[in-house]
Design a binder for this molecule. Structure first.
Ligand SMILES: NC(=O)c1ccc[n+]([C@@H]2O[C@H](COP(=O)([O-])OP(=O)(O)OC[C@H]3O[C@@H](n4cnc5c(N)ncnc54)[C@H](OP(=O)(O)O)[C@@H]3O)[C@@H](O)[C@H]2O)c1
Length: 298
């Protein structure tokens, strides 16, 4: 591909992008382009499909074409770790890079998913993670691991990790203990009895699995395990409305927040890395809400 020619086709010029494979369904342009416009920044945010194994090469091309930054989504967040010149310490701890800032030709890698999660929790529930006992389903996946490590680093009161492949949750628990931050972390087996007991002793429940993305997906746990005092955070969002978990949580009287909130806040933090100024959150939120919800991605 002739990157210079491709980048030159856009007005305003393409200076920011989200990469993934596939990438056509990403909602990030609908959030970032109104933000750029409202801040008077002469730049456009585009989607670029990048195959696995090509992330480092793509980053160099972006730098050569004068790009300012890139968001990285599935499946490239891990590959991006090794493709940057300067890795932010938090991104190293969270084990993934989802934001690239290009400064004077140097590639700086960040993770905005972890801090974005904290902002979502604060905004949705008025709560700080250090005051909460947290259970994460899907803690062995990329997003779940990042949220688990972020919760531990931020001093949550208790951290319970659940994952279909139990060994992956054990590995994440081991990594968290090795951080030496003093977080109380335990792994809960994925079966109804153990989950019911674990849920009775936590405040915040996070779904970081991909369950709930498709109609007919299995329930995560028995519905009667949900209580009105629970705070329920579903990282999944989907085109046809509320996820089954959020619908059940609402019926139980619990407070809820969906994946769109995380998408918004991680995007705002990326914007702050690129432009060293507060992100226009209201404009970004409206952009996301106006976008037709036809898929899932950052
Ligand atoms: N809102 C946002 O901005 C945002 C940001 C990031 C991610 N997400 C969402 O978070 C979810 C996870 O993303 P990811 O990047 O972490 O993906 P990932 O690395 O592929 O992890 C997938 C997770 O889901 C679990 N899982 C998959 N199918 C399952 C099933 N049938 N039963 C039980 N567990 C199952 C996996 O368990 P195993 O380890 O056993 O395979 C793993 O824990 C996705 O829905 C993604 O769209 C949202």
């Amino acid at each position: 591909m002739d990157w210079q020619a491709a980048a030159g086709r856009f007005t305003p010029p393409a200076r920011l992008a989200v990469i993934g494979d596939p990438i056509g369904h990403s909602r990030s342009p609908q959030m970032h382009n109104p933000a750029l416009q409202s801040c008077g920044i002469d730049a456009q945010y585009i989607r670029v499909q990048v195959p696995v194994g090509q992330v480092a090469a793509a980053f160099r091309q972006f730098a050569a074409c004068g790009f300012l930054g890139v968001n990285i989504t599935i499946p490239h967040k891990f590959e991006a770790l090794d493709a940057v010149d300067v890795l932010d310490p938090l991104a190293r701890q969270l084990g993934a890079v989802n934001t690239l800032a290009i400064r004077a030709g140097r590639l700086h890698g960040y993770n905005s998913d972890g801090p974005g999660f904290l902002r979502s929790v604060k905004e949705a529930f008025g709560a700080d993670i250090q005051d909460l006992r947290v259970l994460i389903l899907g803690a062995g996946g990329g997003a779940g691991r990042a949220v688990a490590v972020q919760s531990a680093l931020s001093g949550c009161q208790k951290l319970l990790l659940v994952n279909r492949s139990h060994a992956k949750a054990e590995a994440v628990a081991g990594e968290i203990r090795a951080l030496g931050v003093g977080a109380e972390v335990a792994v809960v087996p994925w079966h109804d009895g153990a989950l019911r007991e674990a849920l009775a002793g936590v405040d915040l429940i996070v779904n970081a699995t991909s369950l709930g993305m498709k109609p007919g997906d299995a329930a995560l746990f028995p519905q009667d395990a949900l209580q009105a005092r629970h705070l329920v955070f579903d990282m999944v969002y989907r085109a046809d409305g509320e996820t089954p978990l959020l619908a059940e949580a609402r019926l139980a009287g619990a407070q809820t927040v969906g994946g769109l909130s995380l998408l918004l806040h991680q995007g705002a933090i990326s914007f702050e890395h690129w432009f060293d100024r507060p992100a226009p959150l209201k404009v970004m939120r409206e952009g996301l809400q106006n976008a037709a919800m036809v898929g899932l991605s950052t």
